[in-house]
Write a protein that binds this ligand. Structure first.
Ligand SMILES: [Zn+2]
Ligand SMILES: [Zn+2]
Length: 340
């Protein structure tokens, strides 16, 4: 072999090696990009499948966890671009659970009261909040005139904080609420709590803000139902709900607000009675002036579960949070199924 030949072989080998390396690098990039695309597609498909598995609320009455139901719309949504057209569409039906009362006002500092949405009223010499919104508005407190009221006899526009102080009730309400939340979430609902401990006592304005996306009351409410969870006192026994009466002239109040709210209260109360053994009482009337009714932008079920100052009711209340919570969840689900 002469030198020329050897040189040529070396040159060809170097060129061959260089080409191989370039090919390898290209091949590597190509596989990576295909992988990324495949991963993207997989995630998208999984998201679509997860959305399809959202429980359908209709056609279900046995209180069990709903089976995913495929509708024609779901199948179209898989291929089409429904999500891109409406990226803010709510994923789940939203239910607000409001555990009544909370930390006693006497235990709260002025800063805490302010943070919970209360104000100090010089004229009335008390901390509290305005009960009503101005007619035809949402979010404008009445400040004593031009207000939305239903049954104002005995009621007042100004609601002093101390009126909401209770001794035993806040924790009973909270335990029932937390149990109801667990069951509703199992059923596929989004649950928002107005308070999560007995160290909180939000104003009604603050509690109501949970009906709106990100508590932003300038937007449209996205909750389907607001459930007040209370227990009663003052001599009596059994479980009940407070009925709405009259008209509510707030801009966001739907025309069938009174009927749908009372229907929700009645359905849930029946479930609670059956599950707990508490006697089922009819609706409590004549309380339509209560602050929440005038603040709520979505149907409201106001439950008075048992009498905590009655020893036999209290025994049931203390031992049946789970049963009561499940009954509330089933009642909410029944109401929302029938409301569709
Ligand atoms: Zn008023
Ligand atoms: Zn109460």
């Amino acid at each position: 072999m002469n030198d020329n030949k050897l040189n040529l072989i070396i040159k060809l080998s170097v060129i061959y090696l260089a080409l191989s390396m370039i090919f390898c690098i290209f091949a590597l990039f190509y596989t990576q990009s295909v992988k990324t695309d495949m991963e993207k597609e997989r995630v998208e498909n999984e998201t679509k499948i997860a959305e399809m598995q959202m429980p359908e609320l209709g056609g279900k009455s046995d209180g069990s966890t709903p089976e995913p139901t495929k509708t024609e719309e779901d199948i179209i949504a898989l291929d089409g671009d429904k999500d891109a057209a409406n990226p803010t569409a709510p994923q789940k039906t939203v239910v607000v659970l409001d555990a009544g009362h909370g930390k006693p006002s006497s235990d709260m500092s002025s800063e805490e009261k302010k943070a919970e949405g209360y104000e100090y009223n010089e004229d009335r010499g008390s901390w509290g909040e305005w009960r009503h919104y101005k007619n035809g508005t949402y979010g404008d407190d009445c400040h004593g005139s031009g207000c939305t009221m239903t049954a104002p006899s005995g009621g007042s526009c100004w609601y002093p904080m101390g009126n909401g102080d209770r001794a035993t009730e806040p924790d009973i309400n909270l335990q029932n609420t937390l149990a109801a939340k667990r069951y509703l979430e199992e059923m596929g609902y989004e649950v928002r709590l107005t308070r999560t401990s007995n160290e909180q006592n939000p104003s009604m304005n603050k509690r109501m803000s949970y009906c709106f996306p990100n508590n932003d009351i300038t937007r449209q409410p996205d909750a389907s139902l607001y459930v007040c969870i209370h227990s009663n006192a003052g001599g009596g026994s059994g479980t009940s709900y407070i009925s709405l009466e009259g008209t509510y002239e707030q801009s966001l109040i739907p025309p069938d607000y009174v009927e749908t709210s009372n229907n929700a209260g009645s359905i849930i109360n029946g479930k609670v009675a059956a599950a707990s053994g508490l006697r089922e009482n009819s609706a409590i009337g004549g309380e339509g002036y209560l602050i929440l009714f005038n603040k709520c932008p979505v149907p409201i079920a106001y439950l008075e579960i048992g009498f905590f100052d009655n020893s036999s009711d209290l025994a049931i209340l203390n031992s049946s949070h789970d049963e009561i919570g499940r009954a509330i969840a089933e009642g909410v689900d029944d109401y929302l199924s029938s409301a569709r």
